[in-house]
Write a protein that binds this ligand. Structure first.
Ligand code: PMP
Length: 399
């Protein structure tokens, strides 16, 4: 047989899927491994898709997506995040944030161009960069700094070959966020270098503390920013496969060219559902967020009390505890926890080399499951390490 594309051949499969599959093959497992809301899509949103079928809306839409949806997206970004885009020329509806990630790299990268990626980071970035012929350059994020990007780290990573930086705040897997003040320190470097800033804002609605800040809200760099967002997390719509990309008109027309040839147009019924989500779904998001916040608080305080140092994430539905005190690697921790106590979590190394010593725990599951999972994790820790030395009083302080 002839060889296939070498880059694809050497891509590692997602480290998340492996644990998901393993957990599914066992009885009685509590999975804290997956990255999707446990809520179903609110009914009025699903119903908008049903109505679109009843109205015969079963055809392709414009390549960029329905104009009514693009207008709703632009209204939403202006009202929620204070960033204005033109629905006709600067907005592209995609098949999930996933297509948007891929489109950005395909469109921006020439062979050998460097793309700065924060480590740990979302699993799809590195493969997408490699498939587009780019070279990822990593910045190690630190727990001590709440997994934020600093100007020093950015300055060290920039080179003549840097084409873009991939950002994702609030972050999967760390839950880290960047405030307006944090971004302000980076702006001079972004201006000077002229690099593209790809900002994956898929968790923007799931921010518990403070106000979400998009780098696109800084006028001096707005033209360099490509905003990625979608409906999966905010409106519990993972199965609908709908996202979008916002950027300047010149870039947007190039991105649309690629989208036109590989996708044509995003699913029509999902686009009608998305209009309903943006126009009437935000109260549902607020309800889901309250629930996530309650779960986050419980999980963080329990983990810290067990002696696993855990930063309280300001957003997303993940926590990223430091498990190095157990003396196990991330992978050993996950395999043994699954085998001994039937709790599935994901090793930090699935998100990059610097995820070693951490695991990602998703709290997109019921409070009841979280409580039971915490009891099991505690029993596991007692077995591998002995009971935690942290007193309740100290644990509250850490929290
Ligand atoms: N970006 C991040 C950071 C994610 O966590 C995910 C989903 N896990 C995506 C993008 C892709 O989401 P979707 O394609 O469902 O919009």
């Amino acid at each position: 047989m002839k060889s296939i594309n070498h880059t694809i051949e050497h891509l590692k499969p997602s480290g998340i899927r492996k644990y998901f599959d393993l957990a599914n093959s066992m009885e009685g497992v509590i999975s804290l491994g997956i990255g999707e809301p446990d809520f179903n899509t609110p009914w009025h949103i699903s119903n908008a898709a049903i109505e679109s079928f009843q109205n015969g809306c079963t055809h392709y839409t414009a390549n960029r997506g329905l104009m009514e949806l693009r207008e709703a997206i632009c209204d939403y970004y202006r009202d929620r995040f204070h960033v204005s885009y033109d629905p006709a020329k600067e907005t592209l509806v995609t098949v999930g944030g996933s297509e948007a990630v891929d489109l950005c790299f395909r469109t921006l990268i020439n062979p050998g161009d460097e793309v700065i990626v924060l480590d740990p980071n979302y699993v799809a970035y590195e493969p997408s960069i490699l498939m587009a012929g780019g070279a990822p350059v990593y910045i190690q994020l630190s727990q001590d700094n709440d997994f934020k990007l600093t100007p020093e780290d950015l300055a060290n990573a920039l080179s003549e070959k840097t084409k873009a930086i991939m950002l994702n705040f609030p972050s999967n897997p760390t839950g880290g966020t960047m405030s307006r003040e944090d971004y302000e320190k980076l702006i001079p470097l972004f201006e000077e270098s002229g690099i593209y800033i790809i900002s994956d804002e898929i968790y923007a609605e799931l921010l518990f503390d403070g106000e979400f800040c998009s780098p696109a809200s800084f006028d001096s760099i707005k033209d360099q920013v490509l905003v990625i967002n979608g409906f999966s997390k905010a409106f519990a719509m993972t199965g609908w496969r709908l996202g979008y990309l916002l950027c300047n008109a010149k870039l947007s027309s190039q991105l649309t060219k690629v989208h036109q040839f590989i996708i044509m147009s995003a699913p029509t019924a999902a686009q009608y559902a998305a209009i309903e989500a943006l126009q009437n779904g935000l109260p549902d998001t607020e309800e889901m967020k309250k629930e996530y916040e309650q779960r986050r608080n419980l999980l963080c305080s329990r983990l810290n009390r067990m002696g696993l140092r855990t930063n309280v994430p300001h957003g997303t539905f993940y926590v990223f505890p430091d498990i190095s005190s157990t003396g196990l690697t991330s992978d050993q921790f996950c395999v043994q926890l699954l085998e001994k106590q039937k709790v599935a979590v994901v090793p930090g190394t699935a998100f990059g080399e610097h995820g070693e010593g951490f695991v990602r725990i998703s709290y997109a599951t019921s409070l009841e499951n979280i409580k039971e999972a915490c009891d099991r994790i505690e029993a596991f820790l007692d077995e591998v390490r002995g009971p935690a030395l942290v007193t309740t009083e100290e644990a509250v302080l850490i929290f």
